[in-house]
Design a protein around this ligand. Structure first.
Ligand code: ADP
Ligand code: GLC
Length: 477
């Protein structure tokens, strides 16, 4: 099949979270199944590996009511069957740092920027003579893709393509004032609640994807069920229930080349399930890098966006009690001001036990996964979550709240590979800390937990095969 995959971030070129990881890895797995894949994404100013890009000789020219915009299409060839296309535009992407916003908040022209990506991706396929069987869009930034496919491109060669829309996070919906309809040239008959983009008198771009795509997916089976409930549906659960026959939960995989403790170039020493000695070396290096005294105390860690979703407020609430035990806490994270402030304050109060690095640092995140004993994810909700899988692969026992993809990947119980807690409550989290401490005090049992986690298969192969089956079914319809 020919697959056009559209995402606002693609690792290793750009990434603010798991979407970047998925858009970097799933297309690789699809291409190795024999499909022709083109990924389309913006050419941001601060792109990593920008040296790999070369011109295609083609460019976009789009006309919106707000004006004409265009720019070159660049390309990075990843393998014989996989190419990443970058839409360059000075006005939307080239003139600023950041993907979606900066210290001042979200960019004010995000509706225009991601309309440019969505419509531009379809035009890029046309310009390059690529006629896809499947067009796969992701999250609100590309919600207009299925809409444009039905309403703007219906008399082009693209019209026969089937569309898939993946929800990586239902809480981020791309909601804008209704003036955006006219600004982007969206026909007013689409401004309806039933079968349109209207949502409490605003324009909801995510809803466009949910209404118009031929199939919907989300990134774990448990989250697929949760988003059909009022508690987790963020106002869209009714629509998702109506389309539930079209909604599939397909668990994310992980990039097993990037996240492999036996080959990881960011570690001072490598290790594997049968040879854990290197993990102790990583722990020493981790403590050194974070400026904490050496010792045998268990190290608890986070690598996270500091956001409400991630339950970082709950963690900050529980840690002063947990730190009465002889434990260490290290964190790598960035995000909401008050949470960053909270982390900083904790470090000042417990300088011998707590050390945090406030920023986005992929290299350091590898060392944390390798050197820590326990990895904390007390999420309020979690569509899939990737770090718990990285932790399992690195023999670091995840402590997670029983929600979304965390339930589908971490096994609790006496012969599991991690620690789960149910209630989003301080006492429940502290009870999980207590279970971690007793596990740590029993090296044989701890070794078994680690080994079971490290031996579990989280490669993309199984998930990519599920997407492939879904695509085939759509094409055959
Ligand atoms: P989400 O996408 O909701 O943030 P995921 O667990 O799916 O959560 O993915 C997060 C990804 O972003 C992981 O690869 C994680 O290592 C990475 N990440 C998050 N915060 C940081 C940070 N401060 N530094 C480096 N990597 C980070
Ligand atoms: C979102 C979710 C996260 C998921 C990621 C990739 O950012 O918050 O749980 O793992 O997308 O699908």
């Amino acid at each position: 099949m020919k697959i056009l995959f559209i995402s606002s971030e693609v690792a290793p070129f750009s990434k603010t979270g798991g979407l970047g990881d998925v858009a970097g890895a799933l297309p690789v797995a699809l291409a190795s199944l024999g499909h022709d894949v083109k990924v389309v994404t913006p050419r941001y100013r601060d792109l990593r590996d920008a040296g790999r890009l070369s011109p295609t000789g083609q460019s976009l020219q789009l006309r919106f009511p707000f004006g004409e915009q265009g720019g070159p299409i660049l390309s990075a060839r990843m393998s014989e069957r996989l190419e990443v296309l970058f839409l360059e535009n000075e006005f939307f992407f080239g003139n600023r740092h950041g993907l979606y916003g900066d210290a001042w908040g979200e960019f004010g022209d995000n509706a225009r920027r991601f309309a440019y990506l969505s419509v531009g991706a379809l035009q890029a396929a046309q310009r390059l003579g690529f006629v896809p069987d499947i067009i796969h869009a992701n999250d609100w930034q590309t919600g207009l893709v299925p809409v444009a496919l039905r309403r703007g491109f219906q008399s082009t060669a693209l019209a026969s393509a089937r569309s898939v829309f993946t929800i990586h996070n239902l809480a981020y919906q791309g909601q804008f004032p209704k003036g955006v309809m006219a600004d982007l040239g969206l026909p007013w008959d689409l401004f309806t609640s039933e079968g349109g983009l209207e949502f409490y008198d605003t324009v909801n771009l995510l809803k466009g994807g949910l209404v118009f795509a031929d199939a919907l997916t989300t990134v774990s089976p448990t989250y697929a069920r949760e988003i059909q409930t009022p508690e987790q549906g963020y106002g869209l659960d009714g629509l998702l229930r109506r389309r539930s026959h079209r909604l599939h939960g397909i668990l994310n995989g992980v990039d097993t080349h990037e996240w492999n403790p036996a080959t990881d170039p960011f570690l001072p020493e490598r290790f594997g399930p049968r040879e854990l000695a290197g993990k102790a070396v990583c722990k020493r290096e981790l403590l050194r890098r974070f400026g904490l005294p050496e010792g045998d105390a268990p190290v608890f860690a986070i690598v996270s966006r500091l956001a409400w979703q991630k339950g970082m407020d709950l963690l900050l609430d529980a840690l002063p009690t947990a730190l009465q035990a002889d434990i260490r806490f290290v964190g790598v994270g960035s995000g909401e001001g008050p949470l960053e402030e909270g982390m900083r304050a904790l470090q000042e109060r417990y300088p011998k036990q707590v050390s945090v690095h406030l920023g986005f640092d992929p290299a350091l995140s590898h060392l944390v996964e390798a050197g820590a004993d326990f990895f904390l994810m007390p999420s309020r909700y979690e569509p899939c979550g990737l770090n718990q899988m990285y932790s399992l692969r690195y023999g670091t026992v995840p402590i997670v709240r029983a929600t979304g993809g965390l339930v589908d990947t971490v096994e609790g119980g006496l012969d599991g590979n991690g620690i789960l807690f149910e209630a989003f409550h301080r006492a429940a989290l502290l009870a999980a800390f207590r279970r971690a401490l007793s596990l740590y005090a029993d090296p044989l049992r701890l070794g078994d937990f680690r080994r079971r986690g490290m031996e579990k298969d989280f490669s993309w192969d199984a998930s990519a095969t599920r997407y492939e089956a879904l695509y085939s079914a759509l094409v055959a319809e």
